[in-house]
Design a protein around this ligand. Structure first.
Ligand code: KIV
Ligand code: NA
Length: 258
């Protein structure tokens, strides 16, 4: 990994947009890295897009580490960061340090991301940072709280917007190196981006963030339920279907092998 965390602040200051995509295995990671993506996130969305769980909640730390190791084997340039799975960090700062420590020691990733900016989570971020573990914050729509808040846009009311802004500021003060903003109004994301000195990475958060991320399955046209803010740049499921059907036809008609 050649891209360093301190580079991100420079990119924000230079207004050079930061490109982030998710990866869940070796070939995807290798392709994204060679394509010049800046940051590769082993997001817990892999629970859905790689493992077929209905949401992020069932993913275990061992499953995440297994996938993060494969991703890191494929990456030479990009900075790799890994989501802490649901209930592998919410219990206590100790639990968070233990889980994040395993990720850094066992996978080769440089940083972790965790959800939430309520006071106990701010304290956890501060403890992780003091232990030498770089942390990206994540506010707005936090999919690990799906049973509480669903998957709808957050921060629409004035009170909610103020709470989210306050969480982002508190996480920055706790030492987070960047802030993921998911599914919030564009003007709120712009306001947070202007207030923070660390970079914001948006998903469904409008054009004024310091960087953008999408789930790679969605840009490839492989996502099962892509969110409204995603964009498909390819239709890989159609390409794979066609290849499998062509192979099946040639085998059945005894045209392959020849
Ligand atoms: O898990 C994930 O893919 C994420 C993205 C929404 C950024 O956290
Ligand atoms: Na995630």
């Amino acid at each position: 990994m050649v891209i360093k965390i301190r580079q991100l602040i420079e990119w924000k200051q230079q207004k050079r947009p930061i490109v982030v995509l998710t990866a869940w295995d070796y070939p995807i990671a290798q392709i994204l890295d060679q394509a010049g993506v800046d940051l590769i996130l082993v997001g817990d969305s892999l629970a859905r897009v790689a493992l077929g769980y209905k949401n992020e909640l069932p993913l275990t730390l061992d499953e995440m580490i297994h996938h993060a190791k494969a991703v890191c084997r494929g990456v030479k340039q990009a900075l790799v960061l890994v989501d802490l799975p649901f209930l592998t960090y919410q219990e206590s700062p100790q639990q968070a340090i233990h889980s994040a420590g395993r990720i850094l020691k066992e996978t080769g990733a440089q940083a972790v991301k965790l959800e939430g900016g309520y006071p106990a989570m701010v304290e956890t971020v501060s403890r992780l940072v003091q232990a030498g573990i770089p942390v990206m914050g994540h506010v707005g729509l936090t999919p690990q709280s799906v049973y509480q808040i669903g998957l709808k846009q957050q921060g629409k009311t004035k009170e909610e917007a103020e709470r989210i802004l306050g969480e982002a500021i508190a996480l920055e003060q706790a030492g987070a190196f960047a802030m993921l903003l998911e599914h919030i109004p564009a003007d709120l994301a712009a306001q947070i981006t202007q207030k923070l000195s660390i970079p914001t990475i948006g998903i469904g958060a409008g054009p004024d963030c310091d960087g953008q991320v999408l789930v790679t399955a969605d840009i490839l046209g492989m996502g099962e339920k892509s969110p409204p803010f995603a964009k498909a740049y390819a239709n890989l499921s159609a390409i794979i279907t066609q290849a499998a059907q062509d192979f099946a036809t040639e085998v059945r008609e005894k045209k392959f092998p020849r």
